[in-house]
Design a binder for this molecule. Structure first.
Ligand code: GLN
Length: 572
């Protein structure tokens, strides 16, 4: 049976619980243990898929097509373990399942209640599908004291009661503020937060104290005494320059030792932290730098492009350079002479996005990069905007747009659109007639794609993911293309999250203008990659490579993109 480590947060949100959980996962792995990391989100949305990036940051997509919390991205990057749908749940999802069961009469007339039905469903989620792991690290979203977190805290309290202190562990992460006026660090908020936890029956075993400064011995003593934890279990969590330095920092401050001691694992192997030391050094001592512009629409919120930022850092690490990111609000490029913001950058990246706002700015950025021969990487929306730019300027499709935000003029077939706008609805295996608008639940789109031999239908009514193409899918790369050289392989699997497609019927005309479709979906219906051979480095991809980049395995596309920016920096 695995051991369960529960991580809660106190005082304020955004303290780095996700990074602390990921770091502990990495430290346990470094001792040879197998870990699984999970996140329980107390909000009512079924998943963050429909949430505004300004509100909730990036939506992290897993191989199995789940739209999850961005902390799962950190888990993957730190531990290398691919996250799954079964690693993230929300109050909304738990209730959705319970209410469906209730409607089906599965509770046999019982009154359905928070305790035991919701708490049992939470426990089932925590303990499901965990064969072959030594530790399950389970982060509870939100802050202790929130009304929504109560059922989650009750569920983990019950697990401790039943499994005991050698199989379960509570870590509480809090803030120790520093009051400038008196020049002191204050432990009172932490004491209150722990008192809150105790009121619901949870006594933390370990307290991680997040702070901007070192924790003085007196404050440590106070926290230990008033919160009833051993002094060695009060762990300092000071800010460090890079998240990839956090595991070593926590190790130095005794986090993994305290965890193992609390669980009675006294003969645990020593950790091998060589790889963490190596990347720490690389980050500290870059041999130069490149300036990369990111032209997006949620740039005011760093979390909105979390995986992208990390993937660029990984690309920089593999090239041994620092990547200086210039975050540009796409709408600024729409202003008079707005394009000057891109002067002097070594590469341009247009990331994923939804909706019309800022698209003309992104199209200008793609135009700038193409015509000024500056490396360009368009990701998902960024590829679609590049295709529109090329359509308008090289193919004289004056009003090329995506039907996501407009109609094509004169009823022309869309350049970017939902594939049902130009394709005959696909035949499902075993279905005689094409599915059509009148076909019951499958209203609207009846096209789809193939995945592992199965036909996945894209329907406007499917509950999860709506009409999106989601998750890991195979792409066939054209031999000898730049993209195939970058991956050094002709078949790749990358994660998708989009509704609209580039219309393949226009690709021959693009080809004539020197723009090559160098990757397409397994069923050969959708362009997945475009490139311009006669350009120093110009690539658009329909998928999200940033979701698979890891510090120890930088994604080849980001490595190559930063490499191209480096080349560019040597020219100017
Ligand atoms: N809005 C576009 C689509 O749905 C692109 C989505 C994205 O960039 N992830 O196709």
């Amino acid at each position: 049976m695995p051991r369960y480590v529960f991580i809660t947060g106190g005082v304020v949100s955004s303290l780095g619980k996700g990074i602390a959980t990921s770091s502990l996962g990495a430290l346990l792995q470094a001792r040879g243990y197998k870990v699984r990391l999970r996140k329980l989100d107390p909000y009512l949305n079924i998943d963050p898929g429909t949430m505004n990036p300004f509100e909730h940051g990036e939506v992290f997509v897993t191989d199995d097509g789940a739209e999850t919390d961005l902390d799962l991205g950190h888990y993957e990057r730190f531990t290398g373990v691919a996250a799954k749908q079964s690693d993230n749940t929300t109050t909304g999802r738990i209730y959705e399942e319970i209410l469906a069961r209730e409607r089906e009469g599965k509770y046999r007339g019982a009154t359905v209640q928070v305790i035991p039905h919701v708490t049992n469903a939470i426990r089932d989620f925590i303990t499901a599908e965990i064969e072959d792991v030594d530790f399950v690290l389970c982060e509870i979203g939100g802050t202790v004291g929130d009304i929504e977190s109560l059922p989650f805290l009750e569920a983990i309290r019950q697990m401790r009661h039943e499994m005991g202190s050698e199989k379960t562990l509570f870590i509480h992460l809090t803030l120790i503020p520093h009051l400038e006026a008196v020049g002191e660090m204050k432990t009172k908020p932490t004491q209150h937060s722990v008192a809150n936890l105790r009121a619901i029956g949870i006594q933390p075993d370990i307290i991680i104290c997040r702070s901007a400064r070192p924790l003085p011995p007196e404050e440590r003593r106070k926290i230990a005494l008033f919160c009833s934890v051993a002094k060695e279990s009060v762990i300092e969590g000071q800010d460090v320059p890079s998240i990839y330095q956090v595991p070593l920092f926590y190790h130095k401050n005794g986090l993994d030792d305290a965890v193992l001691a609390a669980l009675g694992m006294h003969d645990a192997p020593k950790p091998d932290l060589k790889k963490w030391r190596k990347i720490g050094k690389r980050l500290e001592k870059p041999e130069g730098g490149v300036n990369i512009a990111i032209v997006g629409k949620y740039v005011g919120v760093r979390d909105a492009y979390k995986s992208l930022e990390e993937a660029l850092i990984h690309g920089g690490m593999s090239q041994r350079v620092a990547v200086n990111l210039k975050w540009l609000e796409a709408e600024r490029l729409e202003e008079k002479n707005g394009i000057h913001h891109l002067e002097g950058v070594h590469a341009v990246l247009v990331p994923g996005g939804f909706g019309k706002r800022g698209t003309e700015g992104m199209i200008s950025a793609a135009h700038f990069a193409r015509t000024r021969r500056i490396p360009y990487l368009g990701i998902c929306f960024g590829m679609q905007m590049a295709v529109i730019e090329i359509g308008r300027n090289l193919l004289s499709m004056k009003n090329a747009i995506s039907t996501e935000f407009d109609k094509m003029p004169n009823n022309e077939e869309p350049l970017i659109g939902e594939s049902s706008e130009w394709e005959q609805p696909a035949l499902l295996p075993g279905v005689e007639k094409p599915l059509s608008k009148s076909h019951g639940a499958l209203v609207g789109l009846a096209t789809g794609w193939e995945k592992e031999g199965e036909f996945i239908t894209r329907t406007t009514k499917s509950l999860r993911g709506g009409t999106m193409r989601l998750g890991d899918q195979e792409t066939i790369l054209i031999k000898r293309s730049l993209i195939a050289q970058i991956y050094n392989i002709n078949r790749i699997y990358e994660r998708h999250r989009h509704r609209y497609e580039v219309n393949k019927r226009y690709m021959p005309a693009f080809h004539k203008e020197g723009v090559v479709m160098s990757g397409q979906s397994l069923d050969r219906r959708f362009p997945e990659v475009i490139e311009i051979p006669d350009h120093p480095w110009y690539i658009g991809v329909q998928y999200h490579p940033e979701l698979k980049s890891r510090p120890f395995e930088p994604h080849p596309l980001f490595k190559a993109f930063v490499g191209a920016a480096l080349e560019q920096s040597r020219l100017v």
